[in-house]
Design a protein around this ligand. Structure first.
Ligand SMILES: C[S@@+](CC[C@H](N)C(=O)[O-])C[C@H]1O[C@@H](n2cnc3c(N)ncnc32)[C@H](O)[C@@H]1O
Length: 220
């Protein structure tokens, strides 16, 4: 597990990982909208998550940057929850051209959590699916997706199963990003173990002040 002390520190790593100039990576990070930190009229500090269970802003910036640098047009998000990570992906896809298919067992957005829900503009590039993540991926054609963001139950067997399906559904050069790989104090959260046992050469890292962790694997 790598621990980056800032987004700029992480930019150097992403530059090498994606073979992109570091100046481009930094510029893309800076281009990421920050207004998702403003939520429900509360100005959240950078190290706070917008709602329990959602990703931190620094992880959102990394997600956005990866999607932009890959020019991802077909993105699948597993685990919509209140749509926080969806916003970062949708913002990237809005600029890349394309769409985000977001999948959850529960249909949350637009209900109680309006402050966190997917913005109206972003909804135009987002399709919401109420489904089990594994069953949804089974229905996607082989090699049809540029990027998958996995943020569902985090239990061992679910994560292993999703990683196996991802290998089939991603296009060559496509990217799998798994959230919460550094979370080890929540009972049942076994993402790190599933990633380690998958046999794939994942890169795992945290970016300060976020501490949830991201695992990335690029399909050859
Ligand atoms: C950690 S939250 C996702 C957070 C979200 N990505 C964000 O940043 O706001 C996990 C979500 O995964 C959903 N989930 C859990 N198991 C699932 C499954 N097997 N298929 C689809 N969604 C699942 C839960 O309903 C929950 O909304």
């Amino acid at each position: 597990m790598r621990h980056f002390t800032s987004l700029y520190d992480c930019a150097g790593f992403l530059s090498l990982y994606l073979s992109k100039p570091v100046a481009l990576v930094r510029a893309t990070m800076l281009d990421c909208p920050t207004h998702y930190r403003l939520s429900g009229n509360l100005r959240l500090r950078l190290n706070q998550v917008p709602a329990e269970g959602s990703l931190s802003h620094v992880d959102g910036v990394v997600l956005y940057t990866l999607a932009r640098l890959l020019q991802a047009q077909n993105i699948v998000e597993l685990g919509t929850f209140r749509g926080h990570s969806t916003n970062y992906l949708a913002e990237a896809v809005w600029k890349n051209g394309g769409r985000v298919d977001t999948v959850d067992l529960v249909r949350y957005w637009g209900k109680v959590w309006r402050g966190h829900a997917i913005t109206l503009a972003n909804r135009q590039v987002v399709r919401q699916h109420k489904a089990d993540a594994y069953e949804y991926l089974l229905r996607r054609p082989q090699g049809s997706v540029d990027m998958i963001f996995e943020d569902t139950s985090h239990d061992y067997y679910n994560t292993r199963g999703l990683i196996d399906l991802t290998k089939i559904v991603l296009k060559p050069g496509g990217l799998l990003v798994i959230h919460d790989v550094a979370v080890d104090k929540v009972p049942g959260c076994r993402v790190q173990e599933a990633v380690d046992d998958s046999g794939l050469p994942f890169e795992c890292f945290t970016v300060w002040p976020g501490n949830q962790g991201l695992a990335v694997w690029r399909k050859p």
